[in-house]
Write a protein that binds this ligand. Structure first.
Ligand code: FEO
Length: 403
């Protein structure tokens, strides 16, 4: 059965939801599923904007066939060819061999690399500023390299103000009928998944998102709809989400608050983390969030690290190093380019505590623009009353640095 929704006048969402995939990119858990968004414009010419993951191809075809009726598909615009959007291109070409495919030079190159059979079809290569008219609608193509792959572009419909934004402004989470961000309580139910999507998938490329935001800034008053490739469509309060993207891509915290990430083998480092959390709350800092790195997927740790201003790393010493799962979390922060945070450290070691110095070295040398507070809590096996002053000093240092 087809499942489509009208976006505006002659534009339709023809994508699909996926609740079967457990790990996005085979790494990030998506307990709320994900949507692959594609859009069909019924102008004098018919135009499909992007396709869907192979697993959702059948739904896409039913949707497109339903809306086209007897009409041919004239154009296929590919803003982003990564297989979660491009895997159904070949099937579209098989069904509508006369369709003209519009994309960037690099996108066609990647399609061939992935083995998509595109040659023999009409391929229209576009670059920054090129335009195409489909009848009533004229669109402009805007390069968006590294948001999220180098071949990406976005397409702006100057007739109705629709921005097909590719991966930008996307989110994890299946739509389940609710297409528009104003049909859900986005700030309550969606923002965490939107942040987790952006920071883990495109977080590394903040400067490229900034470039795209600058381009969008020049036509901000003309943008009426943002149609991303995942998650809800935006038609109201666009500034709310653009502001979030601006903060995330500048690596600026959304909130003053403390994330305490602990790595604990027998519960003693955890107890120290909890003692610090309680101290902070006692001193009036209650935006405190405690995570066990061993049972929190790193994508959530990354997302919280982007949200909050302060990060406390509390780790046992393991094989004379940082606990491996904590090290993995730090490697993700490095890979995703997180910057501009204040760190505090708690180390634990029963005979040779090393994790404090090693975490300090990692933050100083591997991450950018970070501050590490001088006060450090160092414990031998477990936190005892003789360390009460050190705990107090650490909590005071964190509170002071938040003023
Ligand atoms: Fe949703 Fe970069 O693909």
């Amino acid at each position: 059965m087809y499942c489509v929704r009208n976006v505006t006048e002659d534009l339709y969402w023809v994508g699909a939801n996926d609740h079967r995939l457990h790990l996005f990119e085979n790494i990030h858990p998506i307990p709320r599923g994900v949507s692959y968004n594609a859009y069909l414009l019924l102008d004098e010419k018919t135009v499909l904007f992007d396709t869907v993951d192979w697993s959702a191809c059948r739904q896409l075809l039913e949707n497109v066939e339903h809306l086209l009726g007897d009409r041919p598909l004239d154009y296929l615009v590919i803003n982003h060819m990564e297989p979660d959007h491009g895997a159904s291109i070949e099937e579209i070409l098989l069904r509508w061999p006369q369709v003209k495919v519009i994309s960037t030079e690099k996108s066609f190159l990647f399609m061939r690399q992935f083995g998509f059979q595109i040659d023999g079809h009409e391929l229209i290569e576009v670059k920054e500023g090129d335009t195409q008219t489909f009848g009533k609608h004229t669109v402009t193509f805007v390069a968006a390299p590294m948001v999220h792959w180098p071949e990406a572009m976005v397409t702006f419909d100057t007739t109705n103000g629709v921005l097909f934004s590719a991966d930008a402004f996307g989110s994890f989470g299946a739509l389940d009928g609710k297409l528009f961000a104003d049909e859900v309580n986005f700030d309550r139910d969606w923002i965490d998944d939107a942040r987790r999507y952006l920071t883990n998938i495109v977080g590394k490329y903040g400067p490229h998102i900034q470039l795209l935001l600058k381009k969008a800034g020049t036509i901000l008053d003309q943008i009426k709809y943002i149609c991303p490739l995942h998650g809800p469509v935006w038609r109201k309060d666009l500034g709310y989400f653009i502001d979030k993207y601006d903060k995330w891509s500048r690596y600026e915290p959304e909130e003053k608050g403390v994330m305490i990430a602990y790595a604990s083998m027998y519960g003693n480092t955890e107890a120290a983390a909890q003692a610090l959390a309680a101290k902070l709350c006692e001193k009036g800092v209650t935006n405190v969030w405690v995570y066990d790195v061993s049972n929190t997927h790193v994508s959530y740790l990354v997302s919280e690290s982007f949200r909050l201003s302060h990060i406390v790393l509390a780790s046992v010493t393991y094989n004379l190093g940082i606990y491996p799962v904590m090290h993995d979390y730090l490697m993700h922060l490095k890979g995703l380019n997180l910057q501009n945070r204040t760190f505090a450290l708690i180390e634990n070691g029963s005979w040779a505590p090393k994790s404090g110095d090693l975490m300090q070295k990692f933050v100083d040398e591997e991450l950018k623009n970070m501050t590490v507070l001088n006060d450090r809590l160092s414990i031998a096996s477990a936190l005892h009353a003789d360390k009460a002053a050190e705990l107090e000093a650490l909590a005071d240092a964190i509170v002071e640095s938040m003023q």
